[in-house]
Design a protein around this ligand. Sequence first.
Ligand code: PLP
Length: 400
Amino acid sequence: MARDVIYLDNNATTAVAPEVFEAMVPYLTEVYFNPSSMYDAARAAADAVARARRAVADFLGIGSTEQVLWTSCATESNNTAILGVARANPSRRHIVTTAVEHPAVLEVCKDLQRSGYEVTFLPVNSDGMLDVRDFIRALRKDTLLVTVMHANNETGVIFPVDELARLTKETDPAILFHTDATQSAGKLPLNLKGSLRHVDLLSFSGHKLHAPKGVGVLFVRRGTPMKPLLIGGHQQGGRRAGTENVPYIVGMARACTLAAERRSDEERVRALRDRLENGLMERIPSLEVNGRNAPRLPNTTNVAVHYIEGEGMLFQLSAEGICASSGSACTSGSLEPSHVLKAMNVPFTAVHGSVRFSLSRYNTGDDVDRVLEVFPRIVANLRRLSPYWDSERNRPTGRA
Ligand code: PLP
């Protein structure tokens, strides 16, 4: 693994695991055949795809492999789930989602809204949590689909999708339940026969769990009415046209197996994350952890640093070789605060000043120590230049 930077942006993407790369190489070199070709040589490619499907089905705790659909990324999986279900069930035109979904869900729902669907965007509290009573109240006779993410990419806050899916089916078994598990796959156990047995559709992406970019999965429970998004050849039973990306599919399967084998790494990662988080809270005044009181992914901490801009902190972290990311996104030249932090009512003194550190099994205690050494100094320097900090520093902190 390259160690020239301290990489703490694993919710954005991850390094390809050496074991994953190794598993892919034969399918990038000798076994380059189209898995749908009829000659004997191509059978090795078709067999590799079948084995990968089995491995991913095992990772998801399901028996039958035909419920696993290969896609190119989580964005495609989410689009296929939402639009595919909408096209197959035109009589129901209401969707329930949350205000804090990734744009790969949020923007699809908004697009459906523009074409006449009604969408309920559930709010969250200041810890980024949903109110289950709001959720139950949102379900209607004409609800087609619930799409609620498993874990939030910015804060790591985990939604109780097992409970929400159960409540959905108790209310009306015809309502379909989709979850975007892009951030939880590989970080939390996913058991679609156990606690997640009421989930109909589940999306995730290879590049968040040490497989390469360019491969995703959509789990579609048997019997779920869904039309394909990509239309063309007969691959994957006509449910997703396009030649299967054999090496990447093999890589995805290896990454899933590896994540399951290395489940114990989660506790080590959690300990590193906690050390980082507690260390930052001790060393930096007016710093809060967004979503701290909610259940969270073991690898993520999103810190609200009052009175300074996230971009300045990231720039200076980058100069020290530390990769992290900010809660805010730059939209058409103006700095828009993150929709997730806005939904959580993070006060204006911190909504632009949030930094997300997201760890992986490849991080070490030295990485954490380095951030604890560098980051408080960066914050202190930026605050020295901040007029807000100057006038406000003697004020008590806390949410406005
Ligand atoms: N959903 C979530 C929760 C994500 O975090 C991401 C990526 O950041 C996506 C969807 C989109 O994933 P992809 O880049 O594979 O399309």
